[in-house]
Design a protein around this ligand. Structure first.
Ligand code: GLU
Length: 494
């Protein structure tokens, strides 16, 4: 049975790169009816935090990536690493090392200058015995002493056989002098003891894999299957990082991206079901996923494509379901601050008068009304933030250019006329609203646009949006009358 794992370090929010690795592993496990393990690699005590562990768990749960074992915290297994290190010391392939960073600096620098890998050379062994006594009072690390001749190789399912000369691999630490294991050591011990069959992770780990193979060999353990997937790239083809924009999963949640969109989108960065299908449900991803459709070239994270795909997923939801999603979204406890374009969209909501209460800019208390808004907006929505706040709070300002053009004295007269005639409607329906507007346009001998534009500005503060006749119907007579009145007051007398 296939058993895979995701092993994030809780030193930051869950990065979309790690999320994609988690998705590939999870899809493989679910497709093969195997097991998916969550292991938290928290042995870097200074940089790890419980808060980040929690946010990683929240991110995986939000994406629906459920695990079968875990979360297993490496810090709960320290004794185990110690025990394994002691066993390995008996092989003489590794030993205690009392060197401090200071002691090692000159050797590391010299090796760097010669473009060679750094070897420890064990200066402690040649110390006079009294010096050596002092030396070994220091806290000891356990270091692996790699050979200088020979090679280490492994088969990668994507890249084929990968080989490295041993003299290019430095003498590396297994256990640090503070009693915590190094990443490579803990990783091998855990992957072996947890029965991991396939290790699928980013290409940036290839150099670690050579060291891990050395450790597997030293123990006499069978290594698992390795698959190193290409990195996710930014638009400039460099490795995706903060300077390209949001990189944490929760930021995308807070931007109004649906979890199934993010999973679908990330799954397609380096994998394809074949053909030109792009919008896939979780079930489809599970049934289609296979390792042989993984690609070998890096894929670019295209935010616009993510938004497009989110629009597609939003439109697959029923109005009721979308309402539920928006309700949950509006209740999110914390929001991370973002950069770039989406921040502006977000500000559309937080700059409204109800900024203290974000949820009231997304929904009203009245679900019947909410559903009408959803039915109207859904085809245009790209994120959950596209629930236009003007349906729930009166606009406080008008688009400057639009107002200059349409909220004029003439516009005011037109609004006055619209207000009177619309107020006379007994049935406030799309057909009747359209008929009134077209009739006024005919009477005044002007194009309907000269009524539609000022009316849209009065009702929404914006120059673009969904069909005006539908918008007027959904807002309802009372709001429409109030807003026209307010806009007429706003237009200064000439
Ligand atoms: N803690 C490592 C990371 O977050 C895990 C790498 C691995 O999958 O082995 O990069």
């Amino acid at each position: 049975m296939i058993k895979v794992r995701i092993a994030p370090s809780p030193t930051g929010y869950l990065h979309v790169g790690t999320a994609r690795t988690a998705i590939f592993n999870w899809l493989l496990a679910r497709n093969q009816k195997g097991k998916f393990v969550l292991r938290i690699e928290d042995t870097d005590i200074k940089r790890s935090s419980q808060e980040m562990t929690q946010s990683i768990i929240d991110s995986l749960k939000w994406m629906g990536l459920n695990w079968d074992e875990g979360p297993i915290l490496q810090c709960d297994r320290l004794e185990n690493y110690k025990k394994n290190a002691e066993a390995l010391i008996k092989t003489k392939l590794c030993d205690f090392c009392y060197c401090t960073e200071e002691d090692l600096k000159p050797r590391k620098q010299a090796a760097l200058a010669e473009k060679k890998s750094w070897k420890c050379n064990r200066p402690c062994l040649s110390l006079p015995s009294d010096e050596r006594q002092k030396w070994i009072m220091r806290p000891a690390a356990v270091r692996f002493f790699t050979e200088s001749d020979g090679k280490v190789s492994f088969m990668d399912k994507l890249h084929g056989e990968l080989t490295k000369d041993l003299h290019d691999i430095e003498d590396f630490v297994l256990m640090k002098s503070d009693g915590t294991p190094s990443y490579n050591f803990a990783c091998v011990v855990d992957d072996h003891e947890m029965g991991i069959t396939h290790i699928l992770r980013g290409e940036d780990h290839i150099s670690n894999t050579f060291k891990q193979i050395i450790i597997y060999k030293a123990f006499g353990w069978e290594p698992p299957v390795f698959i190193h997937v290409p990195m996710i790239l930014g638009a400039d083809r460099s490795k995706l990082s903060k300077r390209h924009g949001a990189v944490s999963v929760l930021e995308y949640r807070d931007k109004g991206i649906l979890p199934e969109t993010l999973v679908n989108f990330l799954a397609l960065l380096g994998w394809s079901p074949g053909g030109d299908r792009e919008v896939l449900s979780m079930e489809e991803l599970i049934s289609e996923f296979s390792l042989d459709k993984l690609g070998v070239t890096g894929s670019i994270f295209d935010y616009q494509k993510l938004e497009w795909m989110n629009g597609e997923h939003i439109n697959r939801l029923s109005d009721d379901e979308l309402l539920e999603r928006i309700k949950n979204f509006s209740k999110l406890p914390t929001r991370i601050l973002y950069s770039g374009e989406s921040e502006l969209r977000f500000n559309n909501h937080i700059n409204s008068p109800a900024s203290q209460d974000f949820s009231s800019t997304l929904l009203s208390e009245d679900d019947e009304y909410n559903k009408k808004v959803i039915a109207l907006l859904k085809p245009r929505m790209k994120t959950l933030l596209d629930m236009e706040s003007y349906f729930f709070v009166e606009p406080t300002e008008y688009d400057e250019k639009g107002a200059g053009k349409y909220l004029t004295q003439e516009g005011k007269q037109r609004l006055e006329l619209l207000k009177t005639r619309l107020s006379e409607l007994t049935e406030f329906s799309v057909e009747n609203i359209e008929a009134v507007i077209r009739a006024i346009a005919g009477e005044l001998g002007i194009g309907a646009g000269l009524l539609i534009h000022p009316l849209r500005l009065a009702l929404t503060g914006k120059t673009v949006g969904p069909s005006l006749f539908h918008l007027v119907e959904v807002l309802g007579k009372e709001r429409v009358m109030q807003r026209i009145e307010k806009t007429m007051e706003w237009i200064k007398p000439s």
